[in-house]
Design a protein around this ligand. Structure first.
Ligand code: ADP
Ligand code: MG
Length: 731
């Protein structure tokens, strides 16, 4: 008898809601109490030290060693006041997790005197042993050291008695080994390029900031059930399991009432987030049962990316307190929707203008159009690389599965805005009008935009990249991804596009064309060029795949093919031009992506072989024996052949059916193991990953097919693993 499954189900279904004390204070009163933000810096730092940090944040200026010591002393004093005993550099290595190594402030001096210390040197830079983090060949073993360096633009915070200092992580030779370093570089490149373009419209603009508002989708599973599913525990997803009779067909979960237990958990982790300065705002049920979403108020992109990494670890910890496990895997359950992480992206000037929000003056509208069209063209030019930036083993289960866009990039801007672009394209072209008439007409068209957008509720949820009124929403990003990865590519692509735009407009101005007219002419070209990437229809449809092929848009949902975009000539040119990645760094990322892919498939394949042979096959044989004994009994009781046939026929058929499935499972497991062995002999990571993708991975589905069929045949009492109907519905 599968004890584990039944005791797990019982435990999960009778689990009481975990209580915890909700603070009496208003959210605004606890918000950021564990963050060393500007207010606390003012309190704990000297005027000089404070100004030095602020300049570093706002202008990227260097902090001198002497001042760093003062800052460290102030930071330590604040952290100890907040109950911290330890400190750590907090960074995002390329294995996708958050890394930290805690050291105590406490130390001993002469005569064993104990005291707390934290120096400026330790704040600014540390040298963790980098040998266990993926480096893609950048780090030789004799250069195992890596450097972490303080990122003052993301404030330090106290998490469970440890002062966490956000840092970048680079190799001994200076190459990035993390997500943050290239992200920061791309933000700088975009700031520079966008500011230059903004100056056409407003000379006072000195800085353009990227904003990011992510929407984090996730599943919750009861802890006991999670424990009873080795596949969930080891791979983050169910690699077998037949669909429940009812899951999301009735769409009755989406935006429905949040189960009590879950709401408690949400409130709990949200409170922890508020203390850490993460401005979480929205919570709701998602489409699939047990699937939920959480979204904050958008923030400056680097901080938002850090906050997303932080929230995933906070959610994981708090979920355990509520006897849940939170799943960030992109596709934990077959046949129900997977999870994404929509990245809402916008650009804002230091004069307070959202560059994706029209309105105010015709000038503002023209600026809006400039940025909108440059975005469309940036996405068009680097569509393949953007797909590469969101590609992973797990996300490939989700893309194109009729719940998320296929591996084709397209941009949705809505019918009304498209019409404005068409109109504008014609007006700029009209040769019969005088320049003044033209300008007036064009401004008239441009002037209509704000009203149009105001009542334009046009939404297309099937688009991987959609304009949603005042921002773009990159929807193809996977739920477990680090936002910095897609954002880095997007920012760099945009920086390149804006730089080109600026140079094109300047060339026309040099020829004596007036500025506005020059901008209109360049915009017209962008309107035409952007048609290729604009798509208003159903992104999940078969027609779109055919249409996209005609447009020569890349269609890449197989992960290892997508990885290759990182080492394409156009990626190298882009990333070198804007100092975001060197060729070596791109090559390293390519290697790392492949290595992670190999390991993920390898683990899944091992877990599946174990479960199939050691859990499923013995259970099925036991059930088959029950049937065989039943048939034998019938034979004893009914000597008459016709009577026997009538009574035993269904069982005999099932016995045969079972044998066929068992034979298939055994054979395919054997073949899969052979294919794994062959793949393991390959040295180069990319070729090995391809072997895993094309000759090992397909077995996972094939074997699963037979197991899932058997799940429907075998006595429910004997089935060893919690079923979908048990896993997917929190009581
Ligand atoms: P929906 O699911 O309808 O797209 P949500 O409320 O779940 O909307 O999430 C919207 C996300 O977009 C939030 O994270 C929000 O902060 C973010 N957002 C809103 N305006 C902007 C903006 N101008 N720039 C970047 N992100 C934004
Ligand atoms: Mg949402």
């Amino acid at each position: 008898m599968p004890q584990l499954r039944f005791s797990a189900v019982e435990e999960a279904f009778s689990r009481p809601t975990v209580q915890f004390e909700i603070p009496k204070e208003k959210i605004s009163e606890i918000f950021g109490i564990n963050v060393f933000d500007r207010k606390k810096m003012q309190q704990y730092l000297s005027k000089d030290a404070y100004e030095s940090v602020i300049n570093a944040i706002d202008k990227g200026s260097r902090i001198e060693r002497k001042v760093a010591s003062q800052i460290a002393a102030g930071m330590k004093a604040w952290a100890i006041d907040r109950g911290a005993t330890h400190y750590t550099h907090w960074f995002h290595p390329l294995n996708g997790s958050t890394a930290q190594k805690h050291d105590a402030f406490f130390t001993t001096g002469a005569e064993n005197q104990a005291f707390e210390t934290f120096s400026g040197d330790l704040l600014v830079q540390q040298e963790p042993d980098a040998s266990s983090f993926p480096s893609g060949g950048i780090r030789n073993t004799f250069e195992a050291r890596g450097y972490t360096a303080w990122d003052p633009s993301s404030p330090a915070f106290v998490l469970e008695q440890t002062l966490c200092i956000p840092t970048i992580f680079v190799s001994y030779t200076g190459e990035a080994l993390d997500f943050k370093t290239p992200h920061l570089k791309s933000l700088m490149a975009l700031d520079k390029a966008a500011t230059e373009v903004c100056k056409y419209f407003d000379k006072d603009v000195k800085k353009v900031v990227s904003n990011l508002g992510w929407e984090q989708e996730y599943f919750l599973v009861d802890e006991a059930l999670h424990k009873a599913r080795p596949d969930l525990a080891l791979t983050g997803r169910t690699i077998m399991g037949h669909a429940a009779a009812k899951d999301q067909q009735l769409a009755d979960h989406y935006f429905g009432a949040i189960p009590d237990r879950v709401e408690r958990f949400m409130k709990h982790f949200e409170i922890e987030c508020y203390k850490l300065g993460i401005p979480v705002k929205t919570r709701h049920n998602e489409v699939a049962p047990n699937q939920f979403e959480c979204a904050p108020i958008f923030e400056e992109a680097n901080l938002a990316a850090d906050h997303n990494q932080l929230i995933m670890s906070v959610m994981d910890k708090i979920a355990r307190k509520h006897k849940f496990r939170v799943l960030f895997h992109e596709k934990p359950f077959k046949d129900v929707n997977g999870s994404g992480k929509h990245c809402n992206w916008s650009l804002m000037t230091d004069t307070g203008v959202n560059l994706f929000s029209p309105g105010g003056t015709p000038k503002n509208n023209l600026q809006f159009l400039t940025f909108l069209l440059n975005t469309l063209n940036a996405v068009n030019k680097h569509a393949a690389l953007l797909l590469g930036s969101i590609a992973s083993e797990a996300n490939s289960h989700r893309l194109g599965a009729n719940e998320a866009p296929p591996g084709i990039m397209s941009v949705f801007i809505g019918k009304t805005l498209s019409k404005v672009l068409d109109e504008l394209q014609e007006k700029v072209h009209d040769k019969k009008m005088t320049p003044d008439e033209k300008s007036e007409l064009k401004l008239e068209v441009v002037g209509k935009i704000p009203e149009i957008l105001l009542d334009n509720t046009d939404r297309n949820r099937t688009s991987p990249f959609a304009f949603t009124g005042n921002r773009f929403e990159f929807r193809a990003v996977g739920s477990s991804a680090n936002c910095a990865s897609p954002m880095t590519v997007l920012n760099a692509a945009m920086a390149q596009q804006l730089t080109k735009f600026k140079s094109d407009v300047d060339k026309l101005i040099e020829k004596g064309i007036k500025k506005d007219e020059a901008i209109f002419q360049c915009i017209r070209k962008l309107i035409i060029a952007s048609k290729n990437i604009r798509f208003e229809g159903n992104g999940y449809s078969k027609e779109w795949v055919i249409e996209a092929e005609k447009r020569k848009l890349p269609n890449i949902s197989e992960a290892t093919t997508a990885f290759k975009t990182f080492i394409s000539p156009s990626a190298k040119k882009l990333m070198n031009e804007f100092y975001v990645f060197s060729d070596r760094e791109l090559q390293a990322r390519f290697e790392i992506k492949n290595e992670i892919f190999i390991k993920k498939v390898q683990i899944e394949s091992r877990v599946l072989a174990d479960l199939a042979i050691n859990h499923i096959v013995p259970t099925v044989l036991a059930y088959q024996n029950v049937l065989i004994n039943n048939v034998k009994g019938i034979k004893d009781l009914f000597a008459d052949e016709r009577e026997f046939d009538a009574l035993a026929k269904p069982q005999l058929q099932t016995i045969k059916k079972i044998s066929v499935h068992l034979k298939n499972i055994r054979e395919k497991v054997k073949e899969m193991v052979e294919k794994r062995k062959e793949a393991n002999k390959i040295q180069e990571a990319d070729k090995k990953a391809k072997a895993y993708s094309f000759s090992v991975k397909p077995y996972l589905e094939e074997i699963r097919y037979h197991i899932d069929k058997l799940e429907l045949i075998v006595d429910n009492q004997m089935w060893p693993l919690p079923k979908y109907r048990e896993l997917l519905f929190i009581r």
